[in-house]
Design a protein around this ligand. Structure first.
Ligand code: CA
Length: 230
């Protein structure tokens, strides 16, 4: 298991050798890798794990890469996930179609690993500013991602490690509504069994810690679904 705060990348590739190459290089760069060998698994895992980025092979059995991309971009819960499509050389029309249906970038096979990693970094800089930026701000809340310190206004906020991860996740995507399952997966990892109401407990603690006189409650509860930082 990698660092839970590191960006998570969902790799969708049906050829085992290609998958190994991608997973090896991404993990070496410090990313968490989630693997899907087909479109069906890709759609499930995208919704379940809320990855920071998807690398999506064009040619997949059954559901094609383009159909996976279309479905990811159509659903509210997954439409924010950036997608880099992996296409075979010469399929110029495919590239255009891919960008038309909402893919954020594409790279042509056989690709150079260095080029792919550079594209991944650029895309993540947009989707996970906390992985490349030291300070994150939202209103009067400031998170120092190096020292793991939080300030609201001029008050230091003391947070436990779980509340800190929760705030970091929320502040990286202000306004985005996270389901309890997505927060569980992001903060505790999918390999640990934690009940969804545990999320509510920690959100309650975070809310209390951020509560300073004269300030609004920045955490919005979306009934029956999850939470957002507003
Ligand atoms: Ca393939």
């Amino acid at each position: 298991m990698g660092d839970k705060l590191a960006p998570t990348i969902l790799v969708v590739e049906d050829e085992p050798a290609q998958m190994e190459l991608l997973a090896y290089n991404l993990q070496r760069e410090g990313y968490n890798v989630v693997r899907a060998e087909n479109g069906e698994d890709a759609l499930l895992l995208a919704a379940e794990t809320g990855p920071d980025l998807m690398l999506l092979d064009w040619m997949l059995p059954n559901i094609s890469g383009i159909e996976v991309c279309r479905q990811i971009k159509r659903k509210k819960a997954t439409s924010h996930i950036p997608i880099i499509m992996l296409t075979a050389r010469g399929e110029e029309d495919d590239k255009v179609r891919g960008l038309d249906i909402g893919a954020d970038d594409y790279i042509v096979k056989p690709y150079s690993v260095n080029e792919l990693m550079a594209r991944v970094r650029v895309t993540l800089r947009r989707s996970r500013p906390g992985s490349v930026t030291r300070e994150l701000r939202h209103g009067d809340i400031v998170v120092d991602t190096v020292k793991h310190k939080v300030v609201r206004g001029d008050k230091k906020i003391k947070l436990g490690p779980t509340e800190y991860r929760l705030l970091l996740t929320l502040i990286e995507h202000p306004g985005r509504v996270w389901s309890r399952e997505q927060l569980l997966d992001r903060i505790w990892g999918s390999d640990i069994f934690v009940e969804t109401r545990t999320v509510d407990v920690h959100v309650g603690r975070l809310r209390k810690a951020l509560d300073i006189p004269g300030s609004d409650d920045p955490l919005r509860t979306v009934r029956g679904f999850g939470y957002a930082l507003e």
